[in-house]
Design a protein around this ligand. Sequence first.
Ligand code: NDP
Length: 334
Amino acid sequence: MTVQARQIVLARRPQGAPRIDDFALGTAALAAPAAGEVLVRNLWLSLDPYVRLALSEQPGLHGTVPLGDPLPGMAVGEVIASASAELPAGSFVLSRVHGWRDHYLAPAAELQPLSTAAGPIERYLGLYGLTGITAWGGIYGVLKPQPGETLFVNAAAGAVGMVAVQLAKRAGARVIASAGSDAKCSWVTGTLGADHAINYRREDLATCLAELAPEGLAAAFDNVGGEQLEVMIDAMAPRGRIALCGAIALYDGENYRAGPCNLFAAVEKHVSLTGFNAGFYFPQAPQIIADLAAAEAEGALVHEETIIEGLEAMPQSFIDLLSGASRGKLLIRV
Ligand code: NDP
């Protein structure tokens, strides 16, 4: 059996924000699985900002996609042909690399088997996957908010941010959030339950934080980096804690690893900055997923997914994700 896979490939290395011509639709002929391999038909593909880093030539854990190669990403799919006793045809699997395509061949040992018992399978790309585990790790693993503390979350209407806001509220914190439009801010307060939301494109973040938290922030969850991280460091209370989750404001630039210019303010105020990587929490995934499911069952957790149809829509959806046009977790149904 030969399958003609369709895949989104890197046509041109983006300069600044990615443009539609940076991507192209390619094909690859896939043979029948060899011993230990499976052939998978992807059902759902995840859109994640870290993929932008793999399109650049900057050094980092993400690697660099060669021109003409398919993009890497998370996906859930169904095994349609198998030469592995562990993953027979009909199994559902998660891949952390074989996104951005409709079919792929891979060794069964590299894939994570999934059960459909916990609800819709695409949840393993969102709430029960990278973004939910990231929010859980940043809030409960790093920041550990105490009741009554004031905690700030930026990019709060995004996939990680929306879960982080709600977990912080569940822990009893007072939550100040920021997002890039008035509509997103209304949703972050009205639906997610944040106490205040700042539209950082229209309002001055530093001024708003000074007004809303005159004693300073006890904790902050940073998805954005760059100038927002600098504002955050200045806005922290003595002994404040910052969880460094991402730096999306820098991903289109020439050095996404650039540091804030006011780091010494952290020394003066005894502020901790803790970087964290969701991968370090994957061994705890079953307990984390159970806790997220419990939060949902309590009515303390809303998870919004924006579903886009078809592999061809993926490049534009990725551009929309990075530019802030979307809300919640963005998924492609293949
Ligand atoms: P989101 O769904 O939050 O999408 C990204 C959002 O970031 C956009 O919608 C936009 O919303 C906002 N944004 C984009 N550019 C800027 C900018 N220049 N300044 C301020 N906000 C901006 O993505 P995710 O939830 O998937 O990821 C959020 C962050 O978490 C990213 O930095 C990502 O890399 C990181 N991450 C880290 C992980 C880890 O293990 N540490 C794992 C997964 C994600 P808006 O309209 O509000 O501007």
